[in-house]
Write a protein that binds this ligand. Sequence first.
Ligand code: PAF
Length: 287
Amino acid sequence: MKVINTIKEMQKLSDTLKAQGKKIACVPTMGYLHQGHLSLITRAKDFAEVVVTTLFVNPTQFGPNEDFERYPRNFERDCQMAESAGCDYLFAPDILEMYPIGFSCNVIIRNVTDKFEGERRPGHFDGVALIVAKLFNAVRPHASIFGQKDFQQTLVIKQMAKDLNFGIDIIIAPTMREPDGLAMSSRNTYLSKQEREDAIILFKALEEAKMAIDGGCRERKVINAIMHKTLRSVPQIKIDYASSALADNLDEPDTFLAGDRIVLLIAAYMGKTRLIDNSLVTIPKGK
Ligand code: PAF
């Protein structure tokens, strides 16, 4: 695996690979890789001969009181893990390469960013859309793979890629989970032993809601209340939101209909650590 640090070199490589008739898939990450990221790299191999993983902890997507400074970083470990998963190139620019002095652009995606993460983390999705647009312009891939774990982010990126005519296939890969159900995340390293044990309540709340839907529940508020009740069984948890919505546009009808594809979304604090998780469900017909 070769490490590339500049946009110019990345673009040149991309042009050369394309001239050789090779397909390129890109896996954007902020590093501190785990099995979830590795599954995205493996998945990328299904779409292209060449996989480029990007590693950049993007300051513009962190709020002023968020964890940019303490976000876990380990370049050597990331290189080894990416290579072991079959990554061909690691694009790892520094901050000035991505945001040189005088940088003044922004990318704002409306509507799909109005609620949930967009509401709780003002500016977060501007930063995500901006950096992903820049990474796309550096790597110029045919396809790019993102994890379902950041569900609203996947909607934002699909919208951005469509609106700005990137012509890149956006592929969403399922969330990888620990054996007890906790969604894999670089931020799980912040959890104390007790918080780590308690954190599986997010997965349990999603499962409870899914069971209720399987049992015939269609009322959005009732589904949300089931998630809240399960989450509150861990008194230390601070719920940010636990909501259900239509998966395509995050609309929130009072009642879901048979055949609707919905997403159950949770964000909650375990101590100082903010965790998110989600689950996709299709409302069954005939109940
Ligand atoms: O999901 C992430 O790790 C980040 O938001 C991304 C897409 C790499 C942009 O910085």
